[in-house]
Design a protein around this ligand. Sequence first.
Ligand code: FAD
Length: 417
Amino acid sequence: MKVLILGSGLLGVTTAYELGKRGFQVTVLERNHESARETSFANGGQLSYSHAEPWASPSVIPKLPKWIGRDDAPLVFKFRADWQMIRWGVKFLRNCTTLRANVNCVNMLRLGLYSRKRMEEIRKDSGISFDFGNSGILHIYSTDADFDHAKKHLTFQEKFGCNQKLLSKDEVYRLEPTLTNSSRTVVGGIHAHEDETGDPYLFCNALAKVATERYGVEFKYGVTINDIKVENKTVVAVSTSEGDMTADGYVMAMGSYSAPILRNIGIDVPIYPMKGYSITINANDGCPNVSLTDGTHKIVYSRLGNRLRVAGTAEFAGHDQSLNEKRIGNIITAAKELFPKADWSQTIDKWACIRPSTPDGPPIIGNTPYRNLFLNTGHGTLGWTQAAGSAAIVSDAIEGKPPGIIVQGLTLERYVK
Ligand SMILES: Cc1cc2nc3c(=O)[nH]c(=O)nc-3n(C[C@H](O)[C@H](O)[C@H](O)COP(=O)(O)OP(=O)(O)OC[C@H]3O[C@@H](n4cnc5c(N)ncnc54)[C@H](O)[C@@H]3O)c2cc1C
């Protein structure tokens, strides 16, 4: 069976690898000159399987009025006359109840824990290098209120098989001694010791190479997808800059650009771009060894080999991917405060990109009303974490096999009334 995968970011590449391994004849279409040049290029690097709390939760509601209009807020919102944004925002607010947040959290956690297993298989099977680290992720908190909330959440997730360690302030400093250089208050932490890190760009391109050499997957770069052609609830071709291309099955993995093309064929997915930023510097002794999440400022830090990656901010700016120096400046200021002995005199690599975010949090994976069109998109803040599990789920759907986990809440069905 011939499958065309639309998009070669984390979700496109892992799906191509998985399907290639299962014996499918796979071609990947990508507008850039290599894989992972857009949202999967320089993300936070965290494989945060244990981090399943969606942005849409009751805890975010009291913070929203303080964030609105502020340039240094973790979530930067400026009103725009953009119908898709407004619609997304209404759905987001509807998901901020305790019940909805818990359901979404459990669904994302299930996918996260499954992805950890699948990622281990991919690593062992492919043998690729991507600055992988397995020291876990340390979440630190600066206020008692944030720490108390995190403790409650840890207890909740424990019931669903997620193991994390609660740390006192002293234990936080013992685990990551470079934090003692900072004047920032740390009241306590949580060590998600089974979480991991890695460079998504290195991962995608190394995995694409193995998929090509071992399973004959073909990556066609420099091809822009313009539309999907359908007849009688079947996709008959994708129209591209190189002409129409056909296959037996199609997988939509175009990240933030999935929604407009899907809307043309009547599939209304509420994916809205949420811009984020990262910086990368060469690491020295003043940089952390363990990956960190600053839970109060919503900024993540990952040691990727001899580099330190710092990422954060969620900004509603449509599909604009341009780099706003002010927002990058906020990330640098926060990072300098936490790690003052890192080398801040060097040239800093700066990056901005848009997360394909759903209002409830989980991605959209699997079947569509078109019998041969499948989705692997909408992964928002956790596409690196959830890539391996999502690839297996969409591949099972294509093969008509039962998925490896319960997929309720992870498919298109939840939006269809
Ligand atoms: C600042 C930041 C930090 C993040 N940190 C983390 C983290 O620490 N951990 C984590 O799990 N996740 C993180 N994420 C989220 C993660 O990076 C995304 O969820 C993931 O990259 C999405 O992958 P994707 O394959 O869906 O999209 P993409 O990587 O954007 O891939 C889609 C591909 O489709 C191609 N495409 C689009 N339109 C067309 C077209 N018309 N024709 C041809 N090709 C097209 C694009 O070029 C692109 O290569 C972060 C994101 C950001 C922005």
